[in-house]
Each structure stands twice: as structure tokens, then as C-alpha cells.
Design a protein around this ligand. Sequence first.
Ligand SMILES: [Zn+2]
Length: 185
Amino acid sequence: MPLFRWNESKSCTRETALKEWVKQGGPCLEPLLTGCAFQTLLADSYHAACRTADMASRPYSLHASVAFLQTTLGQPAEALRAVIGGFHDKRLEEYRIAFGPRDGNTVFHGVIWPLLGAEDETSDVVGEIESLLRESGIKEILVHGQQFPYEFCDDCGAPLYPNIEGDSVHAEMPEQNNAPSQTLH
Ligand SMILES: [Zn+2]
């Protein structure tokens, strides 16, 4: 017996099923996820679905971070700068994208872009990240060619992010309305 809608008839492809799922399923999920941004994906076999969600969550977290910073700082995306660096353990493990003010060298927030599947340093991952950042409205993007060490904060375990000078630093939101900074150590 067909398990999924797209198994049932030739006229329904996975693409059309996804379109209908977003249109019909999205509004049903919305009341359950009040105040959350979400993206509906197709059902799939367990490991394939996990992999698809991992792939889709990378661009999602870039867009979400730019939206979060614009709201929190009350500034447009053009006021931000993104710095991209490749972080290496024994090999290239992931790219880290730091967000900060366009006119300063501090890092407010960061996003990790893990390599998945067969991706390695020869894949054009940086090109993909850059075009997603531009889609989000970021105009100032710096890509470091150097290899960053795979470092985390000794105190809280948070990943360190590249700043414009090519150092790995702790991301820290600016103090606002006299509220203490979000990092307490
Ligand atoms: Zn820390």
C-alpha cells in the first residue's frame, strides 16, 4: 500500500506534496507553536528526515539570527557585519559565522554551520553562506582564509567566533537599557 501521498499517484510529486503541506499543515501547527518561527518539512524515513532537517536548519538559523539581531538591536541588517571562518580540529569541522556591528570589531552573536555528508574544504560552502547572508540583507561580509582552531569557552563551553582581526572571541550581546550583559563570566 502507498505510505505517502506522493506514492499514491503520478500527478503528486514530493514538491507538490510539500507545497500543500506548508499551505494546509502550517496553519494547523501554528496555534501549537505560538510565538515560534517554524518551517514545515515533509515526512520521510527516520535518518533521511534527520539529515534533511539538519541541512534545512543551517540556512534557517542564519536567517533567524539576522532577524533576531535586527529586532533586539533595533537596527537594519545593513548595520551588521558578518565574519566567516573555517574551524579545524584534525580536519575542517565547521564554519562559524560571527555577527557584529559594521563599524566595530565586537561579536554580538554567532552561528555554527556544520559540514554534513560528503562536504569538505573543497565544497563551495562559503559561497552558499555568503549568498544566504546577502538574502538576509547583510552587505558587509568578511571571509577569513586562515584555519581557526576548534575552540570553545573554558567557562561556559560556548563556541568562539572569528572577529575581523582573525582572533577567536566570545560572542556577547551589547548592554541595553542598563540591563547586565548576557554573558555573566
Ligand atoms: Zn563563556
